[in-house]
Write a protein that binds this ligand. Structure first.
Ligand code: HEM
Ligand code: HEM
Length: 194
């Protein structure tokens, strides 16, 4: 079986920071008071603003890292849409996953074109959130982008819920996926139990 390559320390660190920042952004948005013409925003909104800008930088670093890193998921795996071969690997993997689900079996464990493509979409959604927030807020002429920001917010929630849910399913199936992404050293690079 084609076992997934271990994640590098930089991938793990960036993923941890981005995950924490996005969770912060989503939850603080539930309680923050947004500024209006005759009312300033509260300190939760200021946190949303600054952590949001920080997240944008973290995402820029992650994008560059996906382009230059070697020995782990390649950029083309995260975005298979531009190559016929990678697109057909994606569809084949999607079918394999659906068949496995229909059999009542757990999630598959080999390097997955489906999982990587979904991670790529997650990266795109997160970047769209950070960009529309920052540009829409700091450039009043582009304030329409804040409408886009609000519109895609539920998609970010859906991604976070689905991504964490699937990660937990893998973990419960004994694939040690959380150790792979959040652990350090040998333990962090542990291969899935079969
Ligand atoms: C909204 C916040 C998040 C985003 C945007 C995000 C995005 C990503 C991306 C892009 C990858 C692929 C990394 C790579 O190619 O190197 C990934 C992998 C992973 N994420 Fe997240 N993530 C988020 C939150 C979380 C959280 C909270 C968890 C905790 C359960 C988690 C668990 C994982 C795991 C276990 C993997 C590794 C999957 C594997 O080894 O195949 N993520 N995530
Ligand atoms: C980094 C990722 C970000 C995420 C995940 C995020 C998430 C959210 C969410 C969930 C909402 C509430 C949407 C609703 O109530 O329907 C929101 C609102 C808002 N966010 Fe963000 N945000 C991010 C970055 C930013 C940045 C960088 C800024 C500006 C510096 C910003 C400024 C705003 C503003 C002004 C609103 C209120 C919009 C309005 O009510 O018209 N956000 N954000």
């Amino acid at each position: 079986m084609n076992v997934p390559a271990p994640h590098s320390t930089l991938t793990k660190l960036l993923h941890l920071l981005i995950a924490a920042a996005l969770i912060h952004q989503l939850f603080i948005s539930l309680i923050m008071v947004v500024p209006e013409t005759n009312r300033p925003g509260d300190s939760y909104f200021e946190l949303h603003e600054w952590v949001g800008v920080l997240t944008l930088w973290l995402l820029v670093i992650f994008w560059i890292w996906t382009l230059v890193r070697r020995g782990e998921t390649r950029f083309a795996m995260l975005f298979p849409w531009f190559s016929a071969t990678r697109r057909s690997a994606f569809w084949a993997d999607l079918k394999a996953h659906l068949a496995s689900l229909a059999r009542g079996g757990g999630p598959l464990t080999e390097e997955s074109p489906l999982a990587s493509a979904v991670h790529g979409l997650g990266l795109l959604i997160a970047t769209a959130m950070a960009l529309t927030g920052a540009v829409g807020y700091f450039f009043p002429a582009a304030s329409l982008l804040l409408e886009v920001h609000m519109t895609i917010a539920p998609v970010m929630w859906a991604y976070l819920t689905g991504h964490v849910g699937v990660a937990l399913l893998h973990q419960m199936a004994g694939h040690r996926i959380l150790q792979r992404m959040f652990g350090s050293g040998r333990n962090g690079n542990a291969q899935p139990d079969r």
